[in-house]
Design a protein around this ligand. Structure first.
Ligand code: FUC
Length: 797
């Protein structure tokens, strides 16, 4: 009997193992990225080989792995490698012109007002350096340099494959030289704060190579305690040294010999080698940001701890910690797990043939990139996440608040990665002190403000040109994330902590808004509709006006969120009441004579009707004020606005097209949502699936993930004290069969759905908070009621 049991056990184990599917979520390639091609010196020119590399990251340390056989290049990043330093850019002369500008605008004198705004309201000094700020105080997010591994074996190779497994956040390179099969495994551990590189072969004594570390400027190397160390200082943008940085490399070998010089670490004849790399800067992550972090000890201790562990235990800790986030959500469309190499998928998409697996990959890649670039306690993901290979990263690799940083975080809540959202709140909170000074100096107003750009140095002044720099809707827009985090998580401690921040932004607008004497409505201004230009009645091209729809909508959302937060925290006083009154007096979104949403308070012709920004539709997405269920007329007008934009060439940059996925999805125009999604895949993908604006910007990666989620699940409509959970609200006809699990809905729900032949066959909604809920599918409410915390509602066709 015992034998039979044993036999059965072995049979079961064996049959399970043999049925185990290889990981499906991989980027993989049959050729390396060429490490011998130098990066272009021009900061704005993308590097084709780098964009074939595989990105790894643990929120603070990042790398792009080339996988070149003879010479491995691992391009290094650390999230705080910022040149520059704090600077004084507010203009104390600005306030005296504010009333005059407002008066000119309200009188319709746009040309004069735009000129006066440009002359008096912009920042002092060099601002962002025109997006080229690496040598001015604004600074720039820069590469940390490169780790080069020069292998002694230069023979020809075969059986090459490199891959990035999204399920364990590990890059692998395998190839055969002669009769030896080589393998490289690379991951960046969050629990151990090191990059781990295992180099192995299927025969003994095959590992011989020399490592170097270099940087395009400001670097020194030396050896200490058997480590190769690269260190240096970045420019502070004022002629001196700014941040100090250090990267340490250590080899742990099985067999063979290690010799370090001041510029190299050489391994000869080892059976297997584990390289450990730790890096940091002295940037102080806690506010007030500047220098102070003990980067020397931090990197020393990370290596000292990791070198005592085996590769297996480092890998297991890494995999467990990472997968706890990644595995929370799934999305499956393709019928079979057979996939093509990723560069083939990209090439096919460019030729107009999109493999369904590419949708799955892009959805999960955005989640992978968010986990890899934004962890609790780190800086938020910047314009390139944490991956940049230059000294002058495009747009300084900064935080743009007029769509880009917001888009980075659109997938955070809905794809079940709430924790990854936290760095954005730390950044917002850190803007309060400098932003209060800017509000006072620049406008003599209360509260705090920020404009379209910020950096790690607390930059809150307007930009160098008012045409884009006078984005006064920025504090309202970024603060929307506070409300969203609360709506999804119900975390009252978080809300309590962020309430003063939210209130500070509200205070600014309460002081900033003015009554338009013609309409009696409250309007914001002087302000831009992000980066867009109108034709004023006298024919001049202007950007500045009073009450652009974007400001009005974002401020409405801020006031509405403030009311929600005050109610949740049981705060009811004269200020909350005044905010409620002001919300009712805001100039509302209006429909123009052509049936579209008006972008400005007057019906101006657009200078660029296909402009990439779609900021006047903020209320459709990411806002929720305009929606199909509660404001159908405005929704119809928004639909027209989108179609008009697209027919005039809109959606032409990566992020613009990615945004349209969500906006169309919110209006349940599933085929248009898919068209926008397909456009991102056809026009904006690099071989490593990083998206192009162009240049490379990570926003469209995140916008695409968020857009796909928005096609599958929505929960932005709040009616009768409950969130309406809309299942498959924007499912395109081509996505016949599929399923998703673990997406989140506002009100604290976890949702899984399966559909066949375009029809939902199964749905499960788990209540995490016990809030009331309503379920909507194909225009019908299929459930309304209460679901106890922890209980799951199930539905079958
Ligand atoms: C905004 C956009 C640009 C670019 C930049 C980083 O200003 O208008 O297209 O994405 O951010």
């Amino acid at each position: 009997m015992k034998n039979i049991q044993l036999f059965l056990l072995f049979f079961l184990l064996f049959s399970c193992a043999s049925q185990e599917q290889p990981s499906y979520l991989k980027l993989w390639y049959e050729s390396p990225a060429d490490a011998t091609v130098a990066d272009s010196p021009n900061g704005w020119q993308d590097d084709a080989e780098w964009l074939k590399g595989l990105p790894l990251g643990n929120g603070s340390l990042g790398a792009v792995v080339f996988g070149d056989v003879a010479m491995e290049r691992i391009q290094l990043n650390e999230e705080t490698m910022w040149s520059g330093s704090p600077q004084e850019c507010d203009n104390p002369d600005a306030p005296q012109y504010l009333d005059k500008i407002r008066q000119l605008l309200l009188e319709g004198k746009y040309k004069e007002a735009t000129e006066l705004t440009n002359r008096t309201q912009v920042c002092t000094g060099k601002g962002s350096g025109g997006g080229n700020g690496s040598t001015v105080p604004f600074g720039c997010f820069q590469t940390m340099g490169d780790l080069w591994i020069d292998f002694a074996n230069k023979e020809a190779y075969s059986d090459y494959r490199r891959e990035l497994n999204l399920e364990d956040a590990t890059a692998t390179v395998t190839y055969t030289q002669g009769d030896v099969h080589f393998k490289r495994e690379i991951f960046i551990s969050h629990p151990d704060q090191v990059m781990v590189i295992r180099l192995s072969a299927d025969k003994q004594q095959q590992m011989s190579f020399t490592c170097r570390m270099t940087r395009p400027e400001y670097f020194f190397t030396h050896t200490e305690d058997g480590q190769l160390i690269m260190s240096g200082a970045l420019s502070d943008g004022k002629g001196g040294d700014g941040l100090q940085y250090m990267a340490r490399l250590k080899a742990v070998t099985k067999g063979g010999e290690v010799i370090c010089t001041d510029s190299t670490l050489t391994v000869s004849g080892a059976d297997e080698v584990m390289l450990l790399l730790a890096a940091s800067t002295d940037y102080q992550l806690t506010y007030p940001h500047y220098k102070g972090r003990d980067y020397l000890s931090l990197t020393r201790e990370s290596i000292a701890k990791a070198e005592k562990k085996t590769f297996e235990s480092l890998y297991q800790a890494h995999q467990k910690e990472y997968a706890a986030y990644f595995d929370r959500a799934s999305f499956q469309l393709a019928e079979s797990p057979d996939t093509l190499a990723t560069d083939v998928l990209v090439a096919e998409a460019k030729a107009g043939k999109i493999n369904p697996h590419l949708y799955e990959l892009m959805f999960q890649y955005g989640r992978y990139l968010l986990i890899s670039s934004s962890r609790p306690g780190t800086m938020p993901a910047n314009l390139q996440g944490i991956w940049a290979n230059k000294l002058q990263t495009p747009w300084n690799g900064d935080y743009h608040t007029d769509v880009n940083i917001e888009m980075n975080y659109w997938p955070a809540e809905v794809t079940n990665l709430s924790e990854m959202h936290l760095p954005m709140f730390d950044l917002i909170a850190s803007l309060v002190a400098p932003g209060t000074k800017t509000a006072q100096t620049q406008y003599q107003k209360k509260g705090w403000v920020v404009h379209p750009i910020t950096n790690v140095w607390g930059y809150t002044s307007p930009g160098e040109s008012a045409s884009w720099g006078m984005h006064t809707g920025a504090p309202a827009w970024i603060c929307q994330h506070i409300g969203e985090h609360y709506r999804f998580t119900g975390d009252k401690d978080f809300l309590k902590k962020m309430y003063p921040v939210l209130k500070g932004a509200v205070e600014f607008y309460m002081d900033w808004l003015v009554t338009d004497p013609k309409t009696g409505k409250l309007v914001s201004g002087p302000a831009v509709s992000p980066e867009n230009t109108f034709v004023a009645p006298d024919g001049s091209q202007c950007q500045i006006s009073m009450g652009p729809t974007h400001d009005q909508q974002t401020i409405w959302q801020l006031f509405d969120d403030f009311e929600m937060a005050s109610e949740a925290l049981q705060i009811n006083d004269a200020f909350t009441q005044a905010v409620g009154d002001a919300k009712g007096k805001l100039l509302e979104t209006r429909i123009g004579s052509d049936g579209r949403i008006m972008e400005w308070a007057q019906e101006f012709p657009e200078a660029e009707p296909g402009h990439r920004h779609i900021s006047h539709l903020f209320a459709v997405h990411p806002g929720s004020q305009i929606n199909l269920l509660q404001t159908p007329e405005l929704a119809e007008a928004a639909s027209k606005s989108m179609d008009y934009r697209i027919s005039h060439g809109g959606g032409h940059t990566g992020w613009s097209s990615a945004w349209l996925i969500s906006q169309y999805a919110r209006l349940h125009r599933s085929e248009k949502a898919k068209e926008s999604l397909d456009k991102v895949l056809e026009k904006s993908l690099n071989p490593n699936l990083f998206t192009q604006c162009p240049p490379f910007q990570i926003d469209a990666n995140f916008g695409t993930t968020a857009g796909i989620a928005e096609m599958l699940l929505q929960s932005h409509v709040y009616e009768q004290d409950a969130y309406t959970i809309q299942l498959l609200p924007s499912l395109p006809a081509g996505w016949k069969n599929g399923k998703f699990s673990g997406l989140k809905a506002r009100g604290g729900f976890e949702v899984s759905v399966e559909w066949k032949d375009g029809v939902m066959v199964h749905a499960e909604i788990k209540s995490l908070l016990g809030n009331p809920f309503r379920v909507w599918y194909q225009g019908q409410y299929i459930e309304t009621g209460n679901l106890e915390k922890g209980k799951t509602w199930k539905w079958n066709s």
